[in-house]
Write a protein that binds this ligand. Structure first.
Ligand SMILES: [Ca+2]
Ligand SMILES: [Ca+2]
Ligand SMILES: [Ca+2]
Ligand SMILES: [Ca+2]
Length: 480
């Protein structure tokens, strides 16, 4: 959320809502039929007045019924100065224990004065890593939960990074933005923009609660390259990706860099250009008109041990032509640790010139299949009907997704995931749906998390086309 100076629409009423351990009942969404594939049951996770947006979700591989979501809440409109919303499920996402975490002072969680930008990742030991930003301190906190997200301990507060030209000296973060954390292959890595370049920080992991010290590197060639992602390969190699955003609306280049031995002595190598996107750092499109979007590069590595082990995947948003608002989602893959990439594969299969945006990629480490989800304005032709709330084309969004079961060579038919249609400006959120959405794909089921003000489930306390709630669904790969 810190992506740039934030315009927050003040609320008429400063409202504090106690949400301690309430259980959000699973409401049954209307099962609407789109083509042959029914829309999956949607669940309103937050059911909270005011806006929740910019969410992260993770599924626990040691208990796939354990799912955790953390999202931003609107501080100004809520009359509070810090905190985020957390939801924990132990029944596969049907019911959720919800709370506000990280309110300062907050002795109950110890997370500090949390601002925003949550990123979650479970590893195969059941460790849940949580990276986020503080309201006031210019550093990167990393928290760990060993009980499925019920409680956290802050295990690192990273504020400095070795200087590239003299690694005996350390530089302070100048400005920290949009961390992403991932875990696997006996390690955990976080990337974050530290005020110019991307910093990458890794630590060894040997078991539940067994995490070593973090060490850091500057990723070379990443000045002004941000809103990144990070993936860990089967040998512990680490791929960092980012969007070079020299301008707001034009430009846009996706780069990746690889550290071939991860926590070993080698550093990140030179950057590789993956794609020109025409999507700048603040590219305004009709369905996300207040916040704008970036290309939202996403990365994944196959660590399954199967035939495509070591394959890396990248997704990004392409606007074509530039400033047309016709954005599409593309995927490429690499079998040489990012040195070369396949030809691009378009993920969205609509025939419109409308916007698809804020894509998220997740690889199911039990199969090697990949899922991609995104906001999608394809059904908003400005002619009314269920995809159009305002008679204006390309202003309203649903959530759609697709699976690839052949290593990213092609994607199956796109699936509509959100039962309803949302309109970002109607939320008054200032950052529209946020800067990203959530997705975790494990055991054959994709679990997206998104910001939604359709009230398709009937239990958003703000009603339809007002403030956003966080929605989720369970989408089996068999639905494709
Ligand atoms: Ca553009
Ligand atoms: Ca499009
Ligand atoms: Ca519309
Ligand atoms: Ca809400």
């Amino acid at each position: 959320m810190r992506r740039r100076s934030l315009l927050v629409v003040p609320s008429m009423v400063a409202l504090l809502v106690s949400l301690a351990a309430t259980t959000a009942g699973a409401r049954q969404a209307t099962r609407t039929s789109v083509g042959r594939t029914p829309v999956p049951t949607n669940v309103d996770v937050s059911q909270r007045p005011l806006n929740e947006s910019e969410e992260s979700i993770a599924v626990n591989p040691t208990n796939p019924n354990n799912i955790v979501i953390v999202t931003n809440i609107g501080h100004t409109e809520a009359g509070i100065t810090s905190g985020m919303f957390e939801a924990v499920s132990f029944d596969g996402g049907q019911t959720w224990q919800t709370s506000i975490i990280g309110q300062d002072p907050d002795a109950s969680t110890g997370l500090g004065d949390t601002c925003c930008d949550p990123s979650l990742s479970f590893d195969s030991y059941g460790n849940l890593f949580f990276a986020y930003l503080y309201e006031t301190e210019n550093l990167l906190p990393i928290a760990l939960s060993t009980d499925g997200g019920l409680t956290f301990d802050v295990i690192a507060k990273i504020a400095t990074i070795p200087k590239r030209n003299d690694t005996s000296k350390r530089g302070l973060f100048r400005f920290v933005d949009q961390p992403t954390i991932t875990a696997g292959a006996g390690s955990v890595w976080a990337v974050v923009n530290v005020g110019g370049p991307i910093g990458a920080f890794g630590a060894p992991v040997t078991g539940l609660g067994q995490v070593g010290d973090f060490t850091g590197e500057v990723v070379p060639g990443t000045n002004n390259c941000t809103y990144g992602d990070v993936a860990i390969g089967p040998e512990g190699q680490v791929m960092s990706g980012c969007n070079l955003t020299e301008s707001g609306q034009g430009g846009g280049k996706v780069f990746v860099s690889v550290d071939p031995d991860g926590l070993g002595p080698a550093g990140f190598g030179g950057r590789v250009l993956v794609a020109l996107t025409h999507v700048g750092g603040f590219d305004f499109i009709a369905p996300q008109p207040d916040r704008s979007v970036d290309a939202e590069v996403g990365l994944a590595y196959d660590r399954t041990g199967g035939p495509r082990t070591g394959r890396a995947y990248v997704i990004y948003t392409l606007e074509h032509p530039n400033e047309s608002d016709d954005t599409d989602i593309y995927e490429r893959h690499s079998d040489d640790d990012g040195a070369t990439w396949s030809t691009p594969v378009r993920v969205n299969d609509d025939q419109t010139t409308n916007s698809q945006f804020l894509p998220k990629l997740s690889l199911d480490q039990t199969t090697g299949n990949i899922a991609v989800t995104f906001y999608d304005a394809r059904n908003d032709l400005g002619t009314g009907g269920p995809g159009d709330t305002d008679g204006v084309p390309n202003t309203d969004a649903q959530v759609w997704g697709a699976f690839s079961t052949n290593g990213g060579t092609s994607f199956g038919p796109n699936l509509r995931i959100s039962a309803g249609t949302s309109n970002a400006p109607d939320s008054g959120n200032g950052i529209d749906y946020g800067d990203y959405s959530g997705l975790s794909f494990y055991g054959g089921v994709a679990h997206p998390a998104w910001s939604d003000n359709s009230n398709s489930t009937g239990d958003n306390p703000d009603g339809a086309l007002h403030q956003l709630d966080i929605y989720t669904a369970a989408v089996p790969v068999s639905a494709r």
